[in-house]
Structure formats: C-alpha cells, structure tokens
Design a protein around this ligand. Structure first.
Ligand code: HEC
Length: 567
C-alpha cells in the first residue's frame, strides 16, 4: 500500500461533532477576577437542572451561545442543581443552550435573556443511549475503562500527542491492520493531526518495511479493546464523577477560532489580548477576548514542503512576541511597534528535520538574550541543540552540554529570574532535570528523588523556585534551588496528565477536546479546552492555592522493574 492509499481510507471516516471540533480557545475567567468565581451579582439566566434518575444534579456544565457568535459562556450547576449566568456575562438576546453531563442529553433548547431582568429556565435531562455515551467519553475515561497493563495504557496515552482516542477505540481494524496504522503514526511529524497529516522526510522508508514486533503487540492490544470484534466495546464504559463544590464555580468562556486554527501555547499581554501559537498554520495569532476578534500575522515560510506551525510562544523585555516555528527551523519575532514579522533560521536549518520547539524570552531583560532549542537536527548523537539568541546582534550561540552528556532533551524550557535556563525532559523514564548557567554556559543535572516521570512544562515563582509537571507520573512538583529539595503532589485524577504553564496547574488530558492540538494552561489562568470536557479540568487550582490546600508530601511510587510509569 502506498502512503496515499493508506491515508485515503482514513482521514475523514469518523465524525464526532463537538468532541473533535477544531479551533476552540477557552479562557476561564479573564481579567483580574480570581480563578474561581465567588459572586457575580444578579443572574441574567438561571434555572435548575434535573433528571428522573438523579433529581437535582450538581456539576452539570450549561453553555450559552448566541446563534452565529464565536463566543460561548459556560457555568456549572451547584449542589442544589442550580446554574446561573451573571448579567455581566450574557448580554440581552437569544441564546442556544447546551449541556455537558456524561450519560445525559438535553433536547434542542433556546433561551431569551431580557435586559435588566432574570430569565428562569429549568432543564430536564434524559438518559443518553449507550452509543451517545460513547461519544461523550473523554480520553482519560477511555483509558480508565479499557482493560490493560500499565505499559499498554502508557502506550495509548502517547497517541494523544496528535489526536483523541476515539480514533483507535472506535476503529474496526483487527490486530494486523492496526499494526500498519501504528507504523504509519510513526511516519508523521510531531505536529501532525488528521487535519494536517504532515509526514517526516523519511516516511516512505518507514512505511516500506513490515511493522515492528512492538507495533504488532500494541496492534493486538488495541484490536482487543476496539470495535473489531463486535458492535460494542467488550468492557463497561466508566465515566468520572462530575465536579462538586468549589469546582462548580468556574465560568469558562470559549472562543471559536477561524480556519481550524490549532492553538498550542498562549500568552496574555498587558492590554488583555491573548496571543497564541498555532501548531499547524504559519501565523502568530492574537485574540481579543472582549470581541472574539482574531488577528493573524503571517510568518514567511523558509522550507517549502516542510511542516508549518509553531509550538512555544514567549514575550521579550520590550513586549515583542516570539515563537518557535517548528519544522520551518526558524524563530519568529513580531515587533509590537511596527507589527512587522522577522524570522531567524537555525544554524543547521537546512539539514534533517531540524525544528525549533522551545523558546523563553521572559527574563531576557537580565542579559539581552533569549533561550531556545531545536531538535531533530542532522547529528544523530546530538539531536537536541540549546541556543542563546542575542536580541541586539540577532545571532545564535550554541551552548553545549558537558562531554558525555551530549543530548539535552527538553520539552519544557524555563528561564529563572537570573535568566539561567531549566530543561524538563518529558521522557517517562527520565529521572533528572537540567539547568544551564546563563553566564558560564555550564549545565548541571538535578536528580528527581521521586522515581521516574520526566518533566513537562514549568514556571518560576517569585522565590526563583521551579514548579513543574511530571506528565507521565501524574505528579506536580516544585524544585527549590536554595535547599536543593524537590517536593511533589499526586494529581487527584488518574491518567490526568499534569501540565503546567506559568502559575497555574492544569490537570487534565491535554487533548481531551480535539484532535491535533494541545489543551493548555496558559499564561495567567488560561487554558485551551472545551467546556464539553470541563469536568476533566475541574480540580485545577492556582499553584499557590494548591500548595496551601494540599499538605506537602514527597511521593515515591517507584514502578516495579520493567515498568516505565507508576500506573
Ligand atoms: C505524530 C502524530 C500521531 C501520533 C503520535 C498518533 N497518530 Fe494516529 N493519526 C495521525 C494522523 C495524522 C492521522 C490521520 C492520517 C493517517 O491516518 O495517517 C491519524 C489517524 C489515526 C487512525 C485512523 C486511521 C486508521 O488507520 O485507522 C487511528 C486508528 C490512529 N491514528 C491510531 C493511533 C494510535 C492508536 C496512536 C497511539 C499509539 C496514534 N494514532 C498516534 C497522527 C498521529
């Protein structure tokens, strides 16, 4: 089979409506409000949500959207089953009302919000048919429901780098067909998705040999938990409990983005605009959350035929926006004064699959330099390259790790208050993080005394401590360079995939809501997620709040021999 035929069968076979809808950007409570809403004044629209099975229901997400609008507001019901949209969140007018409560549905419903008054609308939910429940299931609910060993489940979590788990779980492919699918997955670039099926340069080579033993084994496992042997799944579909208490007080505003935008990272500027990188389109993008207007600044393409899109976004001391432009092997700068975009190519930009992933300019005021890194470069023993980029001379300087420690992988790159940089490697077997000194270029390694789990993203607090997530280990941790101590918390939701982005802990699968892009805890209480999966994110808290509410405890759940991860 050629790549094209293999692709042809599959790209648009499944449609999951809201579950895979692309291009959603959601901000829980913008502006200066606390992350958890306390009191919002009189209600514009309120009512009781109930069902014959449960009576009044807590933790049901109720969403209101004007027909034709790109902005949707969501609230949750409290312990009395009551939802309430504050008047400052819903202008007078007609709204479509939808809900999220796994296992339940609401018939098509509309409401009219009157000016000054309070509209009362009670909602009666019906039990969802089993096939509807399957469409409502989130990724972590699929992983929890399916039988399997920890190692098998870890392998499935990795699929989420590019798309949701509906694809494998709804597939009718048998073990051998699935092995070919898995092989093809390894031929895609890291930022591929079913909408943007980018391939690696050596894809044909990968696809020309038979699937590996590992792919055959995983294929057999997936065929045992998908629809290849029947009309329904051979296990019970288990959903997670709905949010309760304080978790029901968040208000989430969701913004539809144009052109199937695939937001990856976000940043808030002083004027309240949300800047975001797009994992697949070659733009620096801005959302005005007051109006929903999106402005996209095109970035020139340097390598036609190579994947477009960007990963990490950052801001320098002058407020300019910078992005790591992935497969085009550039970093891009948007000058805030002139609104002009400039690009800077990696020293080895034209070799291999060199791509810029990480960039941090937040502390560039210290020495006039930003930190950035590439991977996928031509040197097999040294695929990860760390650079200091001088903002004045616009030159890259590669900072080499110590001899014998050539490879400095990192998915998270975090500068501290002195503009030294930490590297967090997301490999589930990783037991260390590293730090490079901005002045001397010396790299040191810090052991994680908590067993394996790698690090994902992180941020620095005002005491110069590094807060970071351990995605595969389902933990959230803090490293204090003064004492050298690392402390960690277990994340309360299993298979949640802890994430961190600047002062907020995001608990929940990154890709719950959509294929192809990341859900994300953005800079200052932003994350990308759909209210459809709000329940996954409910336990997230501001880092400080988390610290004060959870007794500090060191966790050590070392996996049994031969296992990667403590599940
Ligand atoms: C690097 C990105 C990437 C990763 C990782 C990835 N996929 Fe995919 N997947 C894609 C893309 C792109 C498509 C659509 C194009 C295609 O089918 O190749 C797709 C399509 C699919 C499909 C539908 C097509 C078919 O052949 O049935 C299935 C099933 C699937 N993936 C399963 C998986 C599983 C299981 C994993 C994890 C073990 C996984 N994918 C990991 C990118 C990825």
């Amino acid at each position: 089979m050629t790549t094209a035929t293999r692709l042809g069968n599959v790209v648009t076979r499944l449609s999951f409506g809201a579950i895979t809808s692309m291009g959603l950007l959601a901000l829980p409570i913008a502006g200066s409000h606390p992350a958890i809403a306390q009191s919002h004044g009189p209600a514009a629209l309120t009512g009781i949500v109930s069902s014959p099975e449960e009576g009044k229901m807590e933790g049901v997400v109720v969403s209101a959207k004007r027909p034709g609008s790109t902005i949707m507001v969501s609230v949750s019901t409290n312990a009395q089953g009551q939802y309430s949209f504050p008047q400052d969140r819903l202008a007078p007018g007609a709204y479509d009302i939808t809900i999220r409560a796994a296992g339940y549905t609401l018939e098509q419903t509309a409401a009219t919000v009157q000016s000054g008054g309070s509209t009362q609308l009670d909602l009666r939910l019906a039990k969802a048919a089993p096939d509807i429940l399957a469409l409502q299931m989130s990724n972590s609910e699929w992983v929890q429901s399916a039988p399997g060993t920890p190692r098998q489940k870890l392998a499935v979590l990795r699929c989420l780098d590019c798309h949701g788990l509906q694809r494998p779980f709804f597939s009718k492919k048998d073990a051998s067909e699935m092995a070919f699918t898995l092989q093809r997955m390894t031929a895609h670039t890291a930022n591929a998705s079913p909408n943007f099926p980018f391939f690696l340069q050596n894809a044909s080579e990968i696809l020309s040999s038979p699937p590996t033993k590992g792919q055959a084994e995983l294929g057999a496992y997936l065929a045992s938990i998908n629809l290849s042997s029947g009309e329904t799944w051979p296990y019970k579909l288990k959903t997670q409990p709905r949010p309760t208490g304080k978790s029901t007080q968040a208000i989430i505003t969701t913004y539809d983005l144009p052109d199937q935008a695939a937001p990856h990272d976000t940043l808030l500027d002083k004027a309240g605009n949300v800047w975001f990188s797009d994992f697949q389109h070659h733009f620096i993008s801005k959302l005005d959350p007051r109006t929903g207007k999106v402005t996209r600044y095109p970035v020139p393409v340097s390598k036609p035929g190579f994947p477009t899109g960007s990963l990490m976004i950052t801001m320098d001391k002058d407020g300019n926006i910078w992005e790591a432009m992935m497969g085009q092997a550039q970093i891009a700068k948007l000058d805030m004064k002139t609104e002009k975009v400039s690009i800077y190519l990696a020293p080895d930009w034209d070799k291999g699959d060199t791509r810029f992933t990480m960039i941090d300019a937040l502390n560039s005021n210290v020495d006039g330099k930003l930190w950035t890194k590439t991977n996928g470069g031509p040197d097999a023993g040294h695929p990860n390259k760390l650079y200091q980029f001088d903002l004045a001379t616009e030159k890259f300087n590669e900072v080499l790790p110590p001899a014998g420690k050539r490879d400095i992988a990192a998915y998270g790159l975090v500068t501290d208050l002195d503009n030294n940089v930490y590297g967090l490697d997301n490999n589930p077997d990783q037991r260390q993080i590293w730090r490079t000194n901005a002045k001397t270029g010396e790299t040191t390694y810090i052991d994680l005394p908590l067993g394996v789990g790698g690090g994902r993203r992180g941020h620095i607090d005002s005491q110069n401590r590094l807060w970071f997530s351990q995605f595969h280990a389902n933990r959230y941790a803090v490293y204090d360079p003064k004492s050298g101590n690392v402390a960690a918390w277990e994340v309360p939701v299993p298979y949640a995939g802890a994430y961190d982005r600047r002062r907020h802990i995001c608990v929940g699968r990154r890709y719950e809501h959509r294929s192809g892009s990341a859900a994300q805890c953005g800079n200052r209480r932003m994350e990308l997620l759909s209210p459809a999966h709000l329940h996954q994110y409910a336990p997230y808290r501001r880092a400080e709040e988390f610290e004060s509410q959870h007794p500090l405890q060191h966790v050590d759940r070392r996996p049994a021999d031969g296992q990667n991860c403590p599940y």
